[in-house]
Design a protein around this ligand. Structure first.
Ligand SMILES: [Zn+2]
Length: 471
């Protein structure tokens, strides 16, 4: 299968060509573990889980690596607020993160790597940057000198003379350029901070801790080397985070490009606004999963293109939940269909085309909205066949195979234990039964119509009336 992606670095769609035959190294920025994951994090990790599973399904031997940022100012600040040690806090939220990922059926990550377990690799990279003259020592720590790296800005399109304000850039009069970023932060300099609660490690420059960007390149170099296939994350990581990563490792290795394919996922806003503590509109992933299934969440995410923005409101997840249920219902119906002995539907060609078109859309910059539209139209075409007659054994099997193949990668079909109609539907069905018993046919018919408008049909079986969802 051919894969084309929009590459942030080259700003065009390109075919993915693995550096090593049939192998693919993928790095996605993991969480900074100081709080619970929200649905925006969930979006990114669902997208990359599905992308990696698509690669694996196609026979690529993927190594999917994610770093865990367990050393960071945000962690230190939060720990101070909650009277915990930064390490205890980081471990706690790392555990919660992994729980959330499991709940979302994200199980494609091969290696999770903590920053704190890679201090030696980080120090080695900083030493090499100092040797090569790309870094300098200040009282507060070691900085990367952006003026020395000609390609700085090539990923984001930022120019050094542009003014930019960003998170996690330290101000320091000793810096040669305020855009220089920290590789190592010396503990002794942080007078304002409580030493006991600040994690630190010995280094050739005294006790201290790594800067954020160097974690990723140190971890990636250990597992993947100095060049690899794909790096992903959310849009807001392009600058400065990924820009700085490129500067660090290309300065060390002198090999370009550091990563062949840069993928960035779109933002998720909530009713038009960015999620933030001050607005109070953060939707914590596990809260959403109390009311909605992982499959509906995944479907909601994947019904949008991974680079497009998603504006969340509850209707969106409700629609996805209904669609996921309908897919599950369809899957059940196919499994239970009577199996005709004759093959009078001539479905082989249709199934083959659907499969091809579906995966072709996925291969084209991971266009899941188009792929799912192909799937839904297939479901719509097959459904009446299940009502009117039935499929042959072979047709049944290939429809089931197709659905399972898609579901293995995307995890969008909700598992159904049994068909449960909401209370109002059940009440209406009871009412209709009563009308029928009393031979009030017009009213019984009226109720049946009402039910069908709400998406349900009553089937009279020898065991009594049964409610089914209309697909
Ligand atoms: Zn990162």
């Amino acid at each position: 299968m051919k894969f084309v992606f929009y590459n942030t670095l080259t700003r065009k769609k390109e075919e993915l060509k693995p550096l090593k035959k049939d192998k693919l190294d993928v790095f996605v920025c993991g969480p900074t573990v100081y709080d619970l994951s929200h649905i925006g994090h969930g979006r990114i990790y669902v997208v990359f889980d599905s992308i990696v599973k698509t690669f694996k399904k196609n026979g690529l031997r993927v190594r999917y690596l994610q770093n865990i940022t367990d050393v960071d100012d945000k962690i230190i600040d939060r720990a101070r607020l909650t009277n915990k040690t930064p390490k205890a806090l980081a471990r706690e939220f790392e555990k919660e993160y992994l729980k959330d990922m499991k709940a979302l059926k994200i199980d494609s990550v091969d290696i999770y790597a903590r920053a704190s377990d890679h201090i030696a690799e980080i120090i080695s990279q900083i030493e090499r940057l100092l040797e090569k003259g790309f870094a300098y020592i200040a009282s507060s720590g070691i900085y990367f000198e952006v003026n020395k790296f000609d390609d700085y800005g090539k990923l984001s399109g930022q120019k050094l003379e542009d003014k930019f304000h960003t998170e996690r850039v330290e101000h320091d009069p000793e810096k040669k350029n305020q855009k220089d970023f920290a590789l190592w932060k010396r503990s002794s300099f942080d007078k304002a901070q409580d030493k006991k609660s600040e994690p630190s490690w010995p280094s050739p420059w005294g006790m201290g801790r790594p800067g954020w960007h160097i974690e990723d390149t140190a971890i990636a170099e250990k597992y993947f080397g100095q060049q690899y296939d794909m790096h992903g994350g959310a849009l807001d990581l392009i600058f400065p985070h990924h820009e700085c990563e490129i500067a660090q490792i290309e300065a060390i290795s002198n090999k370009k490009p550091y990563v062949n394919m840069w993928l960035h996922g779109g933002f998720l806003t909530v009713r038009g606004e960015k999620m933030s503590k001050s607005i109070g509109n953060i939707i914590v992933l596990r809260d959403l999963l109390k009311n909605y299934s992982a499959e509906s969440f995944r479907l909601m995410i994947l019904q949008a293109h991974y680079r497009s923005p998603i504006d969340y409101d509850e209707d969106l997840i409700k629609q996805a939940e209904a669609t996921s249920e309908r897919l599950a219902e369809f899957y059940e119906r196919v499994k239970q269909n009577k199996r005709n002995s004759s093959e009078n539907n001539h479905l082989a060609e249709k199934i083959k085309n659907t499969r091809e078109n579906f995966w072709r859309a996925v291969g084209n910059d991971f266009d899941t909205p188009v792929a799912f539209a192909i799937l839904f139209s297939f479901v719509k075409d097959i459904n009446p066949l299940l009502d009117n007659s039935s499929l042959s054994e072979r047709e049944t099997k290939s429809v089931i195979n197709l659905l399972e193949e898609i579901n293995e990668v995307f995890g969008i079909i909700k598992k159904r234990t049994k068909q449960t109609a909401p209370r109002e539907i059940k009440d209406l069905a009871k009412e209709r039964e009563l009308f029928r018993k009393e031979k009030r046919w017009a009213e019984a018919d009226q109720t049946r119509k009402q039910l069908s408008e709400l998406g349900w049909v009553v089937e009279d079986t020898p065991q009594g009336p049964k409610l089914k969802r209309i697909i």
